[in-house]
Design a protein around this ligand. Structure first.
Ligand code: CP
Length: 309
């Protein structure tokens, strides 16, 4: 199979074969991430720039490690200490980075569609590291990779994505990714945190976690994104915890082998109780670890012609 793709902008427009190619490649890189000496020369001479307009721990650090372990040169641009504070536009930032011969720009931006805009402006490869509430493709790929370490297939799996669907790019990427891989996705949350346009994408909607929890093979708990909420989407945090917070009591009603995921960062004690986040069903730290292998695969495939190498 020969696929040509210069950018990774979202899961919605990825073919299943392309997702499988990334997951297959990530499996090979996972072996490298577990070696004592992790560095391989694969991307020597390549330059990767992390351009993050929003805060990040997991995505930025794992892209940096992924690039470094592949021997690429990495530059991290924090917008708070860059010329963005003097008013430089996204376009001019990208053109400047392109002029410094960046092969790949990893972009996180608060505006949905920002990576798509850059992909039409510069010759560097663009990787979407999260754009507004639109997509976070590498998060979905690492979530699927993690699930496939625990289950032989996603076919027929029922995944409940719980919480702040409205503001979540992770939810959108995972709805596309999981359904393309054969899973059934149910989004669960208060009506105010479920977007009306959700009916146009392939999901079932539920509002009562206690009535639905026994159906799920996987519970993907989302962070309540208080920083994106300009109005009150629920009466109080206590009310949210009462109806949607995943604690051990609520978990008793779930399947015995249910897997608990969370993209992080976690609001401990709000959407998920510490004993669940750190408990036996949780694969949250596996998600973080697998993020590096998946991002190595993405950088490698973009650099080598996405399947031609
Ligand atoms: N999951 C995720 O995107 O985490 P960060 O915001 O820390 O990158």
């Amino acid at each position: 199979m020969v696929l040509k793709r210069r950018h990774l902008l979202g899961i919605q427009d990825l073919k299943v074969e392309e997702m499988e190619l990334i997951l297959y490649q990530a499996k090979a890189f996972k072996e490298i991430t577990q070696r004592r000496i992790k560095k391989v020369p694969t991307l020597r001479g390549q330059t990767v720039v992390n351009l993050f307009y929003e805060p990040s721990t997991r995505t930025r650090t794992s892209f940096e490690l992924a690039a470094k372990w592949l021997s690429a040169d990495v530059v991290n641009i924090s917008t708070s200490t860059s010329s963005v504070v003097k008013g430089e536009s996204l376009r001019d930032m990208a053109k400047t980075i392109e002029a410094m011969q960046a092969d790949t720009i990893i972009l996180r931006h608060g505006q949905s569609g920002a990576p798509h805009l850059l992909s039409n402006l510069v010759s560097s490869s663009i990787v979407n590291a999260g754009d507004g509430s639109h997509e976070h493709p590498t998060q979905s790929l690492l979530d699927i990779f993690t699930l496939l370490e625990h289950r032989p297939t996603l076919n027929g799996l029922v995944v409940g994505i719980v919480g702040d669907i409205l503001h979540s790019r992770v939810a959108r990427s995972n709805i596309w990714g999981l359904t393309k891989m054969g899973a059934k996705v149910v989004v669960v949350g208060p009506p105010t945190l479920i977007p009306v346009e959700i009916e146009r994408i392939p999901v079932e909607v539920a509002y009562d976690l206690d009535k639905t929890i026994e159906r799920f093979d996987v519970l993907m708990i989302l962070r309540i994104q208080l920083e994106r909420q300009q109005s009150n989407f629920f009466p109080s945090i206590n009310e949210y915890v009462k109806f949607y917070g995943l604690n051990n009591e609520r978990l008793k009603r779930a399947k015995e082998d249910v897997l608990i995921m969370h993209p992080g960062p976690i609001n401990r004690g709000i959407e998920i109780a510490p004993e669940v986040a750190d408990g036996p069903h949780s694969v949250i730290t596996d998600q973080v670890t697998n993020g590096i292998a998946v991002r190595m695969a993405v950088l490698y495939l973009l650099a080598t012609g996405w399947g031609e190498g």
